[in-house]
Design a protein around this ligand. Structure first.
Ligand code: NIG
Ligand code: FE
Length: 414
């Protein structure tokens, strides 16, 4: 099966020699090809070039798409989501608008612990079906790869249930999916007075079982004020490392919690949220293999202070942007909106936003060699836009879906 897309107004983010991630000033300009064609063989990008010269063989492709007036982008990679969850939490949102306290909200059905309570009641089958609907939605908005966390189970049985659902989603959906074990997302009520015993449970029971069933690629901890301390995080990441689970952690969302530093200590693939990032944290991140990842949806939805993204990029760091799709703090997995928020809220240029939502997030989920840009031999995960005037329009038109045709693994999906 071959697919020839021709008369492309602009083919965006082409790479001759693929790079793992882009940092600092490298994020300022993006390579594109105007009036272009792209040739896909089976599930891979085979070649691309200018309409001035089209190799004869490509003209006989089994399928052709005329992309006149339209642009082609690599699919978004969303490196941080909690999109397997039992129920939405709009009541908690309304309660918050009305000024209710955290305790009152928890009593009325809000918070991570309440999602965990609902998790015990929902069947694995229903959890899968509901998540599949969300996956179809994000595909429609241009996402081609997504990381999904557990963390609404908070006991061994339900954490494993979530991870099995994520595994099945990976088997049955055209998306590339990475699974992260987040047993340390919140401290269950029964452990409130003895949190270190819950950490013991995560380390001694959950991690070994997750590893035995090969259910996770990465390990996460919500390292923040009121949740898990840097010491807890250190113990959990150390245990995860022994089972080959690399860290990707929630850090510095609520305070200068030390999360960034403990993440860097364990060579985390990413540290995520980062609202509380000062000079010491920026220094800690320099010259490391850890991708600083911002979650604009959560900061926007919760009215949090915004991470100092400009300062980070100007200091030479890479930055990734992910959706944090979850029922409590970011009920959307629309990466076009996340890219626009990168520009609106964090003053990222549209080019920086593109790197941050494609190759840098691909890096933050360990798939940068195969995803995140238009390069020969990479997975054919891309989308054709509707008629749009220029690249900048993607970050400017924040309310509409600009995606027309989605191609994943070389196949037209939607
Ligand atoms: O990334 N910060 C921690 N966890 C989630 C919130 C999850 C929830 O409220 O259900 C987040 O924002
Ligand atoms: Fe999160």
């Amino acid at each position: 099966m071959s697919l020839f897309i021709h008369k492309i107004k602009e083919l965006v983010f082409t790479e001759k020699k693929p790079i793992s991630f882009y940092a600092g000033k490298e994020m300022a300009n993006i390579s594109t090809l105007k009036d272009a064609w792209l040739f896909i063989e089976e599930d891979k990008i085979s070649d691309f070039g200018s309409m001035n010269h089209i190799p004869e063989a490509y003209k006989n492709a089994s399928k052709k798409i005329d992309a006149s007036d339209r642009m082609v982008f690599p699919s978004y990679c969303d490196s941080h989501t909690h999109l397997v969850f039992p129920e939405s939490r709009e009541i908690e949102y309304v309660d918050k608008i009305k000024g209710l306290s955290y305790e009152e909200i928890a009593k009325r059905g809000g918070g991570i612990l309440n999602s965990a309570k609902k998790m015990t009641a929902i069947t694995e089958h229903q959890l899968f079906e509901d998540a599949m609907i969300r996956l179809k939605e994000i595909i429609h908005y241009g996402t081609g790869a997504v990381e999904i966390k557990s963390g609404y189970g908070l006991d061994t049985e339900n954490e494993l249930k979530m991870l099995r659902v994520i595994k099945r989603l990976n088997d049955e959906s055209p998306l590339t999916i990475k699974a992260t074990f987040l047993g340390a997302h919140a401290i269950p009520l029964e452990y409130k007075s003895k949190p270190s015993e819950y950490v013991d449970l995560v380390i001694n029971e959950m991690i070994p079982q997750v590893a035995a069933e090969d259910l996770a690629d990465y390990i996460d901890v919500f390292c923040d004020k009121g949740f898990f301390t840097p010491e807890d995080t250190d113990r959990i990441l150390n245990a995860g490392m022994k089972y080959g689970l690399r860290a990707k952690i929630h850090a510095n969302e609520l305070d200068y919690s030390g999360g960034i530093q403990v993440g860097v200590k364990y060579n985390a693939l990413s540290v995520d949220h980062l609202e509380y990032t000062g000079d010491a944290e920026i220094e800690a991140l320099k010259n490391t293999e850890t991708m600083p990842t911002i979650l604009p949806g959560a900061a926007f939805f919760l009215n949090m202070p915004y991470a100092p993204v400009r300062k980070m990029i100007d200091a030479g760091l890479p930055v990734a942007l992910a959706s944090d799709f979850n029922p409590g703090s970011s009920p959307s997995g629309n990466m076009q909106l996340i890219q626009a928020m990168g520009s609106i809220l964090y003053k990222m240029t549209p080019e920086e936003g593109l790197y941050a939502t494609t190759i840098n997030t691909a890096y933050a989920m360990g798939i940068e060699e195969t995803h995140g840009s238009i390069a020969k031999g990479k997975q054919a995960n891309l989308f054709i836009t509707k008629k749009i005037p220029c690249i900048e329009y993607m970050a400017y038109s924040y309310g509409d879906n600009k995606v027309d045709v989605v191609i994943l693994n070389g196949k037209i999906i939607a």
